[in-house]
Write a protein that binds this ligand. Structure first.
Ligand code: FAD
Ligand code: NAP
Length: 548
């Protein structure tokens, strides 16, 4: 589609168009407005919240401590909002994001129920022509995506999928009024979404059958209601907490000793692992040793510890065999559980290991594995997401030579960015939580603030210096992508098929498109580039600067 032909004198122009109104889009809008720019945010949903708008399945909650899993750009906001529990539930997080939207009066610049379908860069005007699903077109100097890394559902193409006569849906598309009482329910998948929803579904359904492909590493949540006095103290120490978050590898301010598992005797290790296990939450296990993701032996030691815990958690030891995690600890995002293992042993719950007996097809009546047929009223796909690039690829994004982003990044091996924020050939486009940034391995609101702050500094620089366009050079992009891969190749991440690599869907990709140097190092790199007048970028001036 040639968007240029759709432009008229009435076509609306904004300084910036932002896609998405989750944590990313909301903060980006706030900062762009502060900078005095005109902005329009387009959001497919009826409301703000992103992930927390869509994922309404029972049991949905964050697995990063709530006191860290929120914005920290405003101390006033931090003081005004009080989380009720350590791992807040989806409704509470959604209320928080609505509160943020109201506090900063963001809604007036957001157009809901509107999907961006195409965005094409026009060389002649140095602006983006943006097509919306209502057929209208707008133009903008800056095109900024906050489309989310886990916002495009993955429903595997099982044979006969559409023949099922009952109700079928994905966890991120939970029907508003759903009564599970008296129903025979099947859940496919035991990632975080499956593990969170299964105990709640098991409470309601007449019978629940779980179809698990791979056993997963988990940690207990140890969820609890926050104590009023503790919250007061946390708020009083906001500045120190924020500083520590900035200096911590993943934006979660817990201590991470720089030591190898192998420095300790097996007894000492188990003590360290146990202490972290008792605290609850995956980040605490990950923080125990610094070589868990690089050293096979160290990783195996943690894997053995978690595996033994699973044998303790379930009475039926054959079930425990089936639940044993595969791969390495932490190379798929580990899962925090509340009541999952107890639910599996309820009388109304059956568990199937579909590695041994794969799902062969969905039939009009239910799910057929290589061994048995299961009659169901409802099938729930807890099968995850087309992660990281899925939502970017749903938009026809075309750069300066008409090249499509999807074609440029044709397979995981070709995903190339400069700093995870920009990509060569796509001037004035910024990607919040893009591939090759550290975002998905961090406390994401913190990563989002880091990205948005860099983008706004860059835009302020462009506006102040009358620069019409900024574009990553191919050389800088190649250097960044190579550095990202070199780092990743030294870790066990590349040996695992996960949603990080896209291997959850195609079963093959192993390139790990995430910067693993951590948030502080990443911040230092991107800020130095800004300080040095955007090294690695071509700048096109509106008027040539006067040279002395
Ligand atoms: P999203 O929240 O995904 O928002 C993107 C928005 O863009 C969506 O509303 C979508 O509708 C909209 N959009 C996409 N494409 C278009 C388009 N073409 N046109 C218009 N609108 C569009 N991270 C953590 O750090 N800790 C956690 O505990 C945690 N828990 C999570 C729990 C769940 C169930 C999931 C799915 C993810 C979780 N995450 C967690 C990761 C989560 O993705 C981030 O924390 C964060 O919410 C991402 O915010 P975002 O604004 O970047 O993206
Ligand atoms: P996921 O981790 O990708 O898990 C998907 C599950 O579906 C896995 O068990 C997977 O098995 C299974 N599956 C996929 N395709 C299948 C197929 N063809 N046949 C059988 N089984 C199949 O997805 P998710 O659970 O939605 O979580 C995704 C990410 O979202 C998380 O890692 C996390 O970052 C975020 N999240 C966080 C929370 C939280 O606790 N705060 C909650 C939900 C989501 P395999 O393992 O074998 O691929």
């Amino acid at each position: 589609m040639n968007l240029k032909n759709k432009l008229t004198e009435q076509t609306k122009h904004y300084d910036a168009v932002v896609v998405g109104a989750g944590f990313s889009g909301l903060y980006m809008l706030h900062r762009l407005r502060e900078a005095g720019l005109s902005v329009r945010v387009y959001e497919a949903a009826k409301g703000v919240g992103g992930v927390w708008y869509w994922n309404t399945y029972p049991g949905a909650r964050c697995d990063t401590d709530s006191i860290y899993y929120n914005y920290t750009f405003s101390e006033e906001l931090y003081n005004e909002w009080t989380w009720s529990e350590r791992y807040s539930s989806q409704p509470e997080i959604l209320r928080y994001l609505n509160y943020v939207a109201d506090k900063f009066e963001l809604r007036e610049d957001i157009q809901f129920e509107t999907r961006v379908s195409d965005a094409h860069f026009d060389n002649s005007t140095n602006q983006w022509d943006v097509n919306l699903d209502d057929g209208s077109v707008v133009t903008a100097k800056y095109f900024i995506t906050g489309v989310g890394v886990l916002s495009t559902m993955n429903i595997p193409e099982f044979k006969g999928k559409d023949s099922f006569k009952g109700e079928a849906f994905h966890t991120a598309d939970w029907p508003e009024k759903l009564d599970l009482k008296g129903k025979k329910v099947g859940v496919i998948g035991t990632g975080s979404s499956g593990v969170q929803s299964i105990p709640e579904i098991a409470k309601e359904a007449e019978h629940l059958t779980i179809f698990q492909r791979s056993g997963q590493f988990t940690a207990p949540a140890n969820n609890y209601a926050y104590d009023e006095e503790d919250v007061k103290e946390i708020k009083a120490n906001f500045k120190a907490m924020r500083r520590k978050m900035e200096r911590t590898y993943d934006g979660i301010p817990i201590d991470r000793p720089n030591r190898s598992v192998l420095d300790h005797t097996p007894k000492e290790r188990n003590k360290v692992f146990q202490e972290a296990w008792d605290k609850g939450g995956v980040p605490y296990l990950l923080a125990t040793y610094s070589d868990l993701k690089t050293n096979e032996k160290s990783n195996a030691s943690m894997a053995k510890f978690v595996s033994s815990k699973i044998y303790d958690l379930v009475k039926d030891q054959e079930l425990a065999d089936d639940l044993q995690p595969v791969d390495y600890f932490g190379t798929k995002r580990p899962i925090t559980h509340i009541g999952f293992y107890d639910a599996l042993e309820q009388d109304n719950v059956s568990f199937l290991n579909v590695t041994e007996t794969p799902i062969e097809e969905i039939t009009p009546k239910g799910i057929k594995t290589s061994e048995s047929e299961h009659d169901l009223d409802i099938i729930i796909y807890a099968t995850g997401f087309d992660a990281i690039t899925g939502s970017l690829f749903k938009i026809d994004i075309r750069g300066k030579d008409g090249t499509s982003l999807k074609e440029k990044w044709a397979d995981g091996e070709k995903t190339r960015t400069n700093l995870g924020l920009t990509t060569a050939g796509f001037p004035n486009m910024f990607i919040i939580t893009g591939p090759e940034s550290p975002s998905v391995t961090t406390n994401m609101p913190m990563a989002i603030e880091q990205h948005v702050d860099w983008i706004i500094d860059c835009i302020n620089y462009l506006e102040t210096n009358k620069i019409a366009a900024i574009e990553a050079t191919v050389e800088a992009e190649d250097a960044w992508s190579t550095a990202v891969s070199d780092r990743a190749n030294k870790t066990l991440f590349v040996k695992t098929k996960s949603w990080y690599t896209g291997g959850n869907i195609d079963g093959e990709s192993t390139r790990f498109p995430i910067y693993l140097g951590g948030m502080p190092k990443y911040g230092e790199i991107i800020n130095n580039i800004a300080k040095n007048g955007y090294e690695g970028f071509d700048l096109t001036y509106q008027e040539e600067p006067v040279k002395n």
